[in-house]
Design a protein around this ligand. Structure first.
Ligand SMILES: [Zn+2]
Length: 178
């Protein structure tokens, strides 16, 4: 019989609690911890004070391509890529840390964090499996979330080329990328 290390389990519960507090869906916890569904459900109710929402996770890459979400997703991915390079952490801890920093960034600019932690987690998976990537903008040199077939030479990001309906200076609600 395999004995589960108490420390490993404590670490997993801590991760799960952090994710619940960040607003993660139950599916994220199921995927990222070895805790049983029943325990996760109890933990979820205890920490958030409510039952987890039912229904499917967002599986499409479309959301990340619309204008404002793309800028938020790109901000998150830039933080994530940076942490990936400089810090040795487990994958899910990198997502958690990057998401906390993303929240700090949006709060500092009095913006609504459009990207949920569940979407942020999905985004990392999409980039990992090559469905999305980061492409350098040919005008500002910032890196933005795009489909993998984007031609970098001609690519212009949503901040350099906001849609006509977006007021100037209101770009992504004023979100600064640099
Ligand atoms: Zn640009």
């Amino acid at each position: 019989m395999r004995t589960k290390s108490i420390l490993t389990e404590a670490k997993q519960i801590e991760r799960a609690v952090t994710l619940i507090n960040l607003g993660a869906r139950l599916q994220v916890l199921e995927s990222e911890t070895d805790l049983s569904y029943e325990r996760l459900l109890r933990l979820y109710k205890e920490v958030s004070g409510k039952s987890p929402s039912k229904g499917q996770l967002p599986f499409s890459t479309d959301w990340f391509m619309s204008w404002q979400p793309n800028i938020h997703a790109s901000l998150f991915m830039n933080i994530h890529e940076y942490l990936n390079k400089v810090a040795e952490m487990d994958e899910i801890d990198t997502v958690i840390k990057a998401y906390q920093l993303y929240q700090e960034q949006t709060q500092a600019q009095s913006l609504e964090p459009l990207l949920s932690v569940t979407r942020a987690w999905r985004l990392v998976k999409f980039v990992d499996n090559g469905m999305l990537t980061l492409t350098k903008c040919s005008k500002c040199n910032g890196h933005y979330v795009t489909h993998p077939h984007e031609v970098a030479k001609h690519y212009v990001c949503g901040l350099c080329n906001p849609p006509a309906r977006a007021g100037k200076g209101k770009a992504a609600g004023g979100l600064q990328m640099h």
